[in-house]
Design a protein around this ligand. Structure first.
Ligand SMILES: C[S@@+](CC[C@H](N)C(=O)[O-])C[C@H]1O[C@@H](n2cnc3c(N)ncnc32)[C@H](O)[C@@H]1O
Length: 213
């Protein structure tokens, strides 16, 4: 039997596609949102940039019902998939935004409002001529810094060794963050399906934990 999920009628008409109620659709894509635009309740809020199929995001939201979570993903099919997963898991603390990461954090999300920002396995842009497209450099760091609360953290995880080293070098030159060791048992941090697949092939992922300076 086909399951139906709550639809946001207004956004469905506005965007000309089916929009679930737990998809976050800004009233105005050109105005910085306020925290109350994102969630009705005031609670520590985390954002997962490039949330993919949502396997990481959903596990985190299940573990921490007292926190709010926003997933950002540019692919519509994945956005719908994550919205459906959140409904099936009966999660009311998850919203998904269909938009590009840099635009989202640079222009749309409220400043000083997030307790943690996650970037898990972003595109490593392995060719040197494409390194300019990598997120882990200054414009991204500045935007992440502006969104985090004073005691906020930025957590980065990648499967790509060279991108990890490159990112660490760029982060070391950024005075806006200090780095902190991150041991596996420091806190609950779920594995995405992508990570599990990667580990099944015998590969490991590397972590970088950055505190707002
Ligand atoms: C390799 S997948 C990783 C997904 C997820 N973080 C995980 O670990 O399972 C990268 C995801 O980021 C999304 N993505 C890539 N660049 C993006 C961008 N600039 N803005 C928003 N999403 C992006 C892709 O569509 C894809 O779903």
């Amino acid at each position: 039997m086909k399951t139906t999920f709550p639809i946001n009628e207004h956004a469905t008409a506005q965007l000309g596609r089916e929009v679930y109620d737990n998809e976050f659709v800004p009233k105005d894509y050109f105005t910085e949102q306020s925290p109350s635009d994102l969630f009705e309740r005031s609670a520590p809020t985390e954002i997962d940039l490039g949330c993919g199929d949502g396997s990481f995001l959903i596990q985190l939201a299940q573990q921490y019902p007292e926190r709010n979570f926003i997933g950002v993903e540019r692919l519509m099919g994945r956005v719908k998939k994550v919205c459906k997963k959140a409904y099936r898991a009966e999660l009311t603390n998850v919203k998904v935004l269909r938009l590009e990461t840099l635009y989202t954090i640079g222009w749309l999300m409220p400043k000083n409002s997030f307790s943690r920002i996650h970037l898990i396995c972003p595109d490593p842009w392995p060719k040197e001529k494409h390194h300019k497209n990598r997120l882990m450099q200054n414009p991204f760091f500045e935007a992440v810094h502006a969104l985090l609360q004073d005691d906020g953290e930025f957590l980065f995880r990648t499967d790509h060794e060279e991108y990890y080293d490159w990112s660490c070098e760029h982060m070391a030159n950024c005075p806006k963050f200090t780095t902190k060791p991150w041991n596996e048992d420091d806190f609950y941090y779920p594995k995405s399906d992508f990570q599990l697949q990667w580990e099944a092939e015998g590969k490991s992922l590397q972590n970088l934990r950055c505190l707002k300076a």
